[in-house]
Design a protein around this ligand. Structure first.
Ligand code: TXA
Ligand code: MG
Length: 330
């Protein structure tokens, strides 16, 4: 299969930007599109055969449910039931935006493989003109996980999607770099109090200012992971990633230690280290692009300079800990 790209650029409100994507999606195909967080790989959430193509293209385990994207709160209300005042307050406060709400799904609305057989669904209204323009032209919601190969860093550029999906999907809508660069906050509204299953740009504090107490899943001990996606290794480039305290002397020593064995080391950090073989910036917006560059450069080891004292529930630290499998360089 040939993978085409449509560069949106100034044509964000033009009909022809979307016509091919709409046709493919109505026909049960899959299309990659930008959101404000990362690129998504979309399919008709009511069509099990279309949704199966997402799992196949990504190599995603079938027990990991997909996020459903809708164009408005009103659309969401069609697909969810038993919504509480807190659910509605979250929708009003944060949508369109980078907050996915886990709510009870109305029966028989979605293909079973979207929710991996759960009675709940993760749903959000993306805050991106291309995603919204596409959704408004479709008579169904879009199931859309991040458009990367399963286990790899999520795509923040159309080039990343092309790298992972070429030959596997017919079309990518290229809307440039995504603004946030990390996936949405996932908030389980079916728990009491609600639980943040995945931290993101929308913080615990912002949510608590709207609906009162919420908990972080990392603080709840002894529970089976409620978000099935949490149990899989994520965001990992080819080379091993280690966290390292952001202390220049310590990092210089680490660089020498790795290079002594003839290995190439990439540093992800705010400030440049001239002795490192490669240096890439480390911010929430650039993390995934930097991890992917480490792969392109064939780095043997990646050191990510962070502070061990970062706030609990920090989204970038959460992704880095997963990429490093919680390993610290010492
Ligand atoms: O920012 C985002 O959320 C991006 C863009 C494309 O919207 N999408 C995304 O989707 O990150 P995905 O599929 O890569 O991540 C979905 C996460 C997984 O951790 C999954 O386990 C969890 O949401 N999830 C989905 N439905 C769920 C449910 N019913 N209950 C618990 N967790 C759920
Ligand atoms: Mg993902």
């Amino acid at each position: 299969m040939q993978t085409g790209t449509i560069l949106v650029d100034k044509n964000v409100n033009k009909e022809e930007t979307y016509s091919q994507a709409v046709e493919i999606l109505k026909d049960g195909g899959i299309v990659a599109f930008p959101t404000e967080t990362v690129y998504g790989l979309g399919a008709d959430a009511t069509n099990p055969d279309a949704v199966a193509k997402i799992f196949e293209a990504k190599g995603r385990p079938a027990d990991n449910p997909l996020i459903v994207h809708v164009d408005s709160k009103n659309s969401a209300l069609q697909y969810a039931e038993e919504l509480s005042p807190l659910d509605l307050q979250c929708m009003d406060a944060f949508w369109p935006g980078a907050l996915t709400l886990i709510v009870k799904a109305k029966p028989d609305q979605f293909a079973d493989n979207v929710t991996a057989g759960l009675s709940t669904v993760g749903i959000r209204v993306p805050d991106h003109p291309v995603a919204l323009n596409l959704l408004k032209r479709l008579p169904f919601p879009l199931a859309a996980p991040s458009a990367n190969t399963s286990g790899k860093p999520s795509p923040t550029l159309a080039e990343h999607v092309y790298h992972d999906m070429k030959g596997k999907i017919p079309l990518i809508l290229d809307g440039g770099a995504t603004a946030i660069g990390l996936e949405s906050t996932v908030l389980d509204m079916t728990s009491e109090p609600p639980v943040i299953l995945r931290p993101g740009r929308i913080s615990q504090e912002q949510i608590e200012n709207v609906i009162g107490k919420v908990r972080l899943s990392s603080e709840i001990q002894g529970n089976a992971p409620k978000s099935p996606g949490m149990k899989y290794i994520h965001y990992a480039p080819e080379a091993p990633v280690y966290l390292i305290e952001n202390d220049p002397a310590l990092i210089e020593k680490a660089i020498q230690h790795v290079q002594k064995d003839g290995k190439k080391v990439a540093i992800l950090s705010e400030h440049e280290f001239k002795t490192a073989d490669f240096h890439f910036p480390l911010t929430a917006e650039t993390l995934y692009a930097s991890l992917r560059k480490c792969d392109l450069m064939d780095a043997d080891m990646i050191l990510a300079a962070v502070s061990a004292n970062v706030e609990k529930g920090d989204a970038m630290m959460n992704r880095l800990e997963k990429a490093a499998d919680h390993k610290w360089f010492c």
